[in-house]
Write a protein that binds this ligand. Structure first.
Ligand SMILES: *Cc1c(COP(=O)(O)O)cnc(C)c1O
Length: 386
C-alpha cells in the first residue's frame, strides 16, 4: 500500500536536507524497527526518559540529557527551567514569570525566527549589539537581576562575543547560558567545545545530522538544570498517593500539575528511535559524510556539459555536509522560476533556496535516496530549457 498515492499527496525528491516543511530526513530500517518495537508496549515515560537520557548523555559526552519533541521544544523547556527552575509554584504560572528574572539576553546577530521558542514560555528578549559587532560591556550591562539566561547561537558571522566569553561574563553574574546548536551538532566535537566553554544547556535536533526521528530533539547540559525539565514537560495526570519512585533512578515522585511543556510531548517511539539513531551515528560517524555522495556525483556528471548552468562544490558549515551549488544565471531563467517548475513537475523536486537571490540553487545530499541524483539531473536539464 502506498499511503501517499492513496491520499493523492505527491512524494518529493528532497535535495533540501533536513527540512521540517518536507517532513525531515528518512529513517533507517534499524531506527524504524526500533520505533515499531517501542510502540508495541507501554512503559512509564519518566523512567524511559531517565534511562534513555543517561545513555544519550554518555554517547554525547554531556553531563545529562533529556529527549524533547525537537530542538525548538528543547529551547522552550530550557527557557522554562531558567524562568521557574524546579519550584512548583513558579512552574504552575508560566508563561507568567514568578520573580524578577524574566529576560533572555541575545546578541542582535544571533536573532532567529526560532526565538519564538523562548518568548512562548514567558521570556522577554533583550537584544544587545549590532548586526556587525557586539561588545562585552553591552552584555555586562544587561546581566542584572532581571536576566534569566543568555541565548547563544554558533556560526554567526561578524565580530561578536564567542561562547567562552559569554559564559565567563554571564556566570560571573550568576546567569546561565543556553546554546541553540539545533543545526550544528553533529559533529560531536562541536558539542564538546560548547560544553567545555561553559554552556549550561544545549539544544540539538535529532532529525538533522543524527538522522533520528524528525520530531525529536535533545536538551543536554548541567545535570541540575536538565533534571528540572521533566517537571515542566511530563504528563502529571497521576495521583501522588500511588505514583511511586522511579525504578530506574529512584527519583522522588512528588510532582506538580501539567507544566507549560505538556503540549510538547514526546512519544516512546521518538525516544527509542533517537537513541538507536545516535548509537548508529557513534558507531560510524563517517556515514554522515558518505550519505548521498554518489547522488551528488551523479548530479554533477549529469549537468557537467550543460552550458546553461555551472555546478560548483560547496560546503554547508552548520550541518557539516558537502553540497552542490548550481548557478542558473546563464540559462536566462530566474532561480525562482526554476524552483517553481521543479515543484510542479514530475518527479517533484525541492532544493535549497537560500541563495536564490544570487541565481544559485543548492543541493544538500542528506535527504537523497539511491537513484535520486540521476533523476534530479534529468529533470533539472528539462526545466532549464523552459
Ligand atoms: C532546526 C532548527 C531549530 C529547530 O529544530 P527542531 O528539531 O526542528 O525543532 C532551532 N534552531 C535552529 C537554529 C535550527 O536550525
Amino acid at each position: 500500500m502506498d499511503i501517499y498515492a492513496e491520499l493523492g499527496v505527491r512524494t518529493i525528491i528532497n535535495a533540501v536536507g533536513p527540512a521540517t516543511r518536507l517532513g525531515g530526513l528518512s529513517l533507517s530500517d534499524e531506527v524504524i524497527e526500533a520505533m515499531r518495537a517501542a510502540g508495541a508496549r507501554n512503559v512509564r515515560m519518566d523512567e524511559l526518559e531517565e534511562a534513555a537520557g543517561a545513555e544519550i548523555a554518555a554517547l554525547l559526552g554531556a553531563p545529562a540529557a533529556y529527549v524533547t519533541s525537537g530542538a525548538a521544544a528543547a529551547l522552550s523547556l530550557a527557557t522554562a527551567v531558567c524562568l521557574a527552575g524546579d519550584r512548583p509554584a513558579a512552574i504552575d504560572v508560566l508563561p507568567e514569570v514568578a520573580g524578577p528574572r524574566r529576560r533572555a539576553v541575545i546578541q542582535r546577530a544571533h536573532r532567529d525566527p526560532y526565538d519564538h521558542a523562548l518568548t512562548a514560555v514567558g521570556a522577554e528578549l533583550v537584544e544587545i549589539g549590532y548586526p556587525g559587532s557586539t561588545r562585552p560591556d553591552e552584555l555586562v550591562r544587561e546581566l542584572d537581576g532581571r536576566a534569566a539566561l543568555v541565548l547563544w547561537r554558533p556560526g554567526r558571522g561578524g565580530d561578536h562575543l564567542g561562547i567562552a566569553e559569554v559564559c565567563e561574563l554571564a556566570h560571573a553574574a550568576g546567569v546561565p547560558v543556553l546554546v541553540d546548536a539545533a543545526m550544528d551538532v553533529p559533529p560531536l566535537q562541536r558539542l564538546r567545545d560548547i560544553l567545555d566553554a561553559g554552556a549550561d544547556l544545549v539544544a540539538i535536533s535529532a532529525g538533522k545530522g543524527f538522522r533520528g526521528p524528525h520530531t525529536a530533539g535533545i536538551l543536554c547540559g548541567q545535570a541540575d538544570l536538565v533534571g528540572a525539565v521533566a517537571l515542566h514537560h511530563q504528563d502529571m495526570d497521576i495521583r501522588p498517593r500511588t505514583w511511586q519512585r522511579s525504578e530506574v533512578t529512584g527519583a522522588d515522585p512528588v510532582r506538580g500539575r501539567h507544566g507549560i511543556g505538556r503540549g510538547m510531548k514526546v512519544g516512546r517511539e521518538q525516544i527509542v528511535g533517537l537513541l538507536v539513531a545516535l548509537r548508529a551515528f557513534v558507531r560510524d560517524p563517517g556515514a554522515h559524510h558518505r550519505h548521498g555522495a554518489q547522488e551528488l556525483a551523479d548530479i554533477r556528471a549529469g549537468l557537467h556539459d550543460d552550458p546553461r548552468c555551472t555546478v560548483r562544490d560547496g560546503y554547508e558549515h552548520h550541518l557539516d555536509v558537502p553540497v552542490l551549488e548550481i548557478d542558473v544565471t546563464a540559462s536566462g531563467r530566474s532561480a525562482d522560476e526554476v524552483i517553481r517548475d521543479l515543484d510542479r513537475g514530475t518527479p517533484r523536486i525541492h532544493l535549497g533556496e537560500d541563495r536564490a537571490w544570487q541565481g544559485v540553487l543548492t543541493v544538500n545530499p542528506q535527504g537523497l535516496q539511491p537513484g535520486d541524483g540521476a533523476a534530479f539531473a534529468k529533470r533539472f536539464a528539462e526545466v532549464l530549457g523552459g
